[in-house]
Structure formats: structure tokens, C-alpha cells
Write a protein that binds this ligand. Sequence first.
Ligand SMILES: [Zn+2]
Length: 460
Amino acid sequence: MSNLSKHKNLILITIDSLRADYLSCYGHHKRTSPNIDRLAHDGILFLNCYANSCVTFPSFISIFTSIYPSIYLPIYNNIIVTLPEVIKCKGFKTIGIHCNPFLSNKIFRKGFDVFKDMYYESTGVVSSFATPLKSRLLNIIIEKIHKYIKKYPVLYKWFSILYNLYVLNENKDKVDGVEIIKEATKEIEKVDTCPFFLWLHFMDVHYRYNTPRNVFESTIGKKYPSLFRRASIFSKMRFARLSNKEREVLINLYESSIRYVDICIGILLRYLIRKNLLQETCIIITSDHGEEFNEHGSYGHFKPKLYNEMLRVPLIIYNGGYSRKIIYRLVSLIDLGPTILDILGIKCPTNFFGDSLIPLINNSSILIKPVISEYKNDKLSLIINRYKALYEADKSILDIYDLKVDPYERTPITDNKLKETFNTKIIEYLELRKNIKRNMLRKLLNTTKISMSSKKIENV
Ligand SMILES: [Zn+2]
């Protein structure tokens, strides 16, 4: 029985594109996250947590299903049990509130009593084209325009700046974190006697970092960049053509957007205190992936890469009075689902690949396993202790980094023995991945057969 299982409710907060090292509790030199820091100070802080992918959709597959992203296929939707489904079965009211179109997928709705897709529900310009079909059509049109005017760089530059000016000026790029909090408190008010599991996803730290002026100026201590300057920087970001000064402004905007989401979390915490709910609620904060600021040749997360700036995410568990602890061990988000179930005292389903991190918190020994992150079937990263392997199937590249001496992954090491060891591990994993996929397909086939034969019996 875990020491944490006395908690009644659980709130899972995911902040899109938030890399761990930009939070003050992870050592960032600016005070970006005082509210999150307080939770970390009174809770459990995982210093070395990794996302299992570098973009939203696959990363959330690991968070909600505890399977490695490349194993997942949409046809599994009916046979995969998701985290909210398991929690709901145990009598919890399950509430999900998000505003990222990639999380509108059917798999993420499974198991939620209330699923608020604020991306599509938001008002104004976004909602006018934000139905799935219209949104897809709009994307196709924009892509076509992009492709055509790419041949004319000056035209392209101005098209991009004007587009960013429009989006920033209208402030319709994303749903504001405060709106997410408003919906969350509204839904908590509606919960009667049962405990609740609440998932909140924030997009404020996602590109374009559109922080309010006052938050920027109080966090950074500099004048807020003009609308045109911001639009111009965001346009150049896609092509990694920023000067040092522009890069600094971009980072300042990112830092202040973290402060903004931290303010939103502060509002939620004050609400929970007012309602006497904080002590009986476990709060978990993490992210789906990080963000690049030209560490490896690009910005944002437009180009999927598996370097640490894209993978190292925060993981903080606040549980009302559990003594402060810092965990140095390597962990990844595949373990988040089993950990949440352990906290709530719920048995983990067999299709979850991860392991609960509670024994680690309680100083019990746990199995040391490599941290695996991947992007589609082509890119794979494997971390074992201080060494990290980056494998690109299509280019047959295998680079090894010694994270202890080269934490920013600048120069791969040439150690043939180590390369051989990692090569064997990667081949083993790829084989395992193939077998798991095969077994899941077999399971899917059997399920279909059973449902077909039971239909036949019904007909008879
Ligand atoms: Zn994301």
C-alpha cells in the first residue's frame, strides 16, 4: 500500500512544450515558476524525467496508455485501456479539459465523464474555422499558399509576418490558461460526493508565446517587444534565422509565458485552499515535450528531434504533506500512468508497460530500465545511466553521448565497445516492439472474432 493512497482526488496538469530546465525549481536563473516551485518544495521533484516522444500526440500516447508511442496504431483504440478508463471504473468522476487539436483524438476522450475540448469550443476567430473538417481544410489551403510563395523568399517573409501579426493581434492563437482554470473550477463545483480525477492541459507555453505585457515586464524586467517585433521573430523562428538579440527576446517571451501559466496554477491552488480541497488532492505537474532554442539548429518543435532540450520535462508530485524529496534517478512518462494508479490505490492493467514510481519515492529498490523515447519508427533514443544513444533508422546513424561530460549532446563519443552494446540493446528493443505489435494485432483479431461470433449467436 503506498503512503500516498490516502488522497482522494488527483489533478494532472500538463503544460505543452515546457522544458524542465526553464523552471526555477529546476535551477533556471529567472524566477519563472514560484507557484510550481512551492509545490515542488513540499512535494516530490523528479530531476531527470523524460518524455517518450518529442511532439504532442505520441507523447500523450505514453502518458494516457503507458505504451511506447511507436507501438500504438489507431486500430488498437478499442482494445487499449486508457488511464482515465481505469480510474473511472473505480468510481472517480473523470474530467478532462484541454485546448490542443492533437488531443481531440478519440483515444484521449476514452474514459472521461466530462471531456472539454476548448480548442473547438472557444469563441471568436478560432472557433469560426475550428471544427475538425474546416480546420483541416484551412491547413491544406495555408500549406498550399506556403508551398507556392516559398519560391519567392521576400513575399514569403512578408506573408509569414502578416499572418503572425494577425494571429497575435487577435489573440486567438490559443485558449488562455485562465479560461482553462475557469472551466476546471466550474467542473469541480459540480462534483458531488465521489472523488475526482481532473486532467488540465495548458497551451500558454506553446509557440507563439503570447504573454501579456505586464507579466513579461515583471518577469523579465525589460520593455515588452512591439507587436511587429514579436511577429517578425516568430516568423523567422521556423527557419532558424534569428540574430542573438532576437533569440534572447524569443527566450524572454518563453520564460514569461511560463510565469503566466504559473500564475494560472496559483489561481487554482488558491481555489483549492478556499474550498478545503488542497489537503485531499494530489497534484501532478508535467509536460509532453520540451522546446528548442537553436541548441541543435532549429527553434520550437517544428523539427522532431530527440535531444534533451526536447525530451527533459518536469515531473512534480505534490501530495499534501508528504515530505520533500528530490529524485535523481532516470524516469520517463511511460511510468506516469502506473504511478497515478498506485497513488489512488488502483491495480494497474496488464497493457500498461510502465512501472509505478512510488517504490522509488519510498526508497524501495526498483528495476533499472533504459529510458526510451522515439519519433515514429525512424528515430529512437536510449538512455542508460550516463550514456545516451541516438539512432536514426533511415540514415543508419548511431551516435553515443556521454551526458556527464557533454550534457548538451554536442560531440558524439567514439567508443566501439559502447556502440556495440547500444546496438545490441536497440536491436533487442526493435524486435520486442515488432513482437508487441504482432501480439496486439492478434489480440485485436481475436476480439473481432469473438464479437462477430457472439453476434451470430444472438441472431440464432
Ligand atoms: Zn505538445
